[in-house]
Design a protein around this ligand. Structure first.
Ligand code: NAI
Length: 362
């Protein structure tokens, strides 16, 4: 039987924990803020070692979504969900349908989408139980967001290059991509055509070697990867990878990638600045997917060209941010947080029109 309980957590609008032992569901949904609109964020399906690890992750990720939405001005708030399960073995239609009921219980306060471990097809199954799902592969929705995320990351890499080397071209630059999933592989593909030299790493070595054949890239196996010499390190896997152990090892001039919550702690931004490594704040560079998913709620409907324009602006947003951080002698993550907090305080980009969720009712 499905059981849902509310967890009182300071600083969060609503956090719920749900279990349905019959189908193996144990999940959390965290709504950090709805002050600019309904909370939208992906559903991560991951075999967390402990329940507390899952809770910490959903809290960090949902807060990140608040900041991401505030800077991208998508008229949405910050939310996220995590399901404690191994997506390769435990993911069943019944589990996803039960999760759909949990999402539905929030009546649109939280809108689900893809994330690590979940796919557009999974969203269709969740959609059988709730219309509060975005990025569905159907005409009324916006489809797989990862191509927009990947293009936004590429635009971010160009901004980094412009700031450091005074040219947006990445031709001949060595870029090290960690994680060759939905986003990382697409970034690699774009960079191949751009003429960059690629170094690749994935926990799944086979994936890395397959991609290396396509992109004439070099593979670095294993997890001891932070000392790899490159121009830009592009994390496209898990968060928390920039910390007091890894930062001293880095041999790159910049970090710019899709992974959420790359800094283990906000103070790690200072460590990067001290090492003169330019950091493109994750919640700005990876906002392309969010821009696509939220565009399906535009009153005029979803138009990929509108999203393309918005995603292209990630270049300008980052360039301005890099210059501001340099001028004020502050870490880039601090400046990014300040802009997001300003937008939240002054309700910049707040959604005024009501969303028509009926369009996605299956
Ligand atoms: P994905 O699940 O499709 O791909 C992740 C890849 O990373 C997989 O190939 C996996 O084998 C690899 N991986 C996992 N742990 C690893 C490790 N410790 N070392 C090396 N490789 C590892 O996920 P997706 O969608 O590509 O997302 C990647 C990152 O970007 C995540 O942090 C996600 O939250 C973030 N992101 C994704 C968006 C999207 O549109 N898909 C939007 C914004 C952020």
């Amino acid at each position: 039987m499905l059981a849902i309980k509310v967890l009182p957590i300071k600083g969060y609008k609503k956090v719920i924990e749900a279990t349905d032992p019959e189908v193996g569901l144990h999940c959390f949904i965290a709504i950090h803020s709805s002050s600019l609109g309904p909370a939208l964020g992906g559903t991560r399906i991951f075999p967390y070692a402990t329940t507390n690890d899952a809770l910490i992750d959903v809290l960090r990720l949902s807060k990140g979504m608040t900041y991401k939405s505030a800077i991208a001005e998508t008229g949405t708030g910050g939310g996220k969900s995590v399901i404690i399960a191994n997506p390769k073995v435990d993911k069943t239609d019944r589990l996803l349908q039960s999760f759909g009921q949990v999402v539905d219980s929030l009546q649109g306060e939280y809108i689900a989408a893809e994330d690590i471990g979940s796919t557009v097809d999974d969203m269709l199954i969740i959609n059988q139980k709730t219309p509060y799902v975005s990025a569905l592969p159907i005409a009324t929705s916006s489809g797989d967001p990862s191509r927009f995320t990947a293009w936004g990351v590429f635009r971010g890499l160009q901004a980094v290059s412009k700031h450091i080397w005074k040219t947006a071209s990445l031709r001949g630059k060595t870029i090290f991509i960690q994680g060759l999933g939905s986003v990382g592989d697409k970034v690699a593909n774009i960079l191949f055509w751009e003429g960059a030299h690629l170094i690749l790493n994935d926990i799944d070595n086979k994936k890395a070697h397959q991609a290396a054949l396509l992109y004439d890239a070099q593979v670095v196996e294993g997890s001891d990867i932070f000392g790899v010499k490159c121009d830009i390190f592009c994390p496209c896997a898990m968060g928390g990878i920039l910390n007091s152990t890894t930062i001293p090892q880095l041999k790159c001039q910049a970090i710019a990638g899709a992974a959420n919550n790359q800094l283990l702690d906000e103070s790690n931004g200072i460590d990067l600045m001290k090492r003169n490594i330019l950091y493109a704040p994750d919640f700005i560079i990876n906002a392309g997917g969010l821009m696509s998913a939220t565009a399906e709620y535009n009153p005029e409907g979803y138009h990929p060209l509108v999203v393309r324009d918005k995603v292209n602006h990630i270049y300008d947003t980052l360039l301005k941010l890099f210059m501001k951080a340099e001028k004020e002698e502050k870490p880039t993550n601090v400046v990014a947080n300040e802009i997001a907090e300003h937008n939240l305080q002054h309700e910049v980009g707040k959604r005024m029109a009501k969303i028509n969720f009926e369009k996605n009712r299956s």
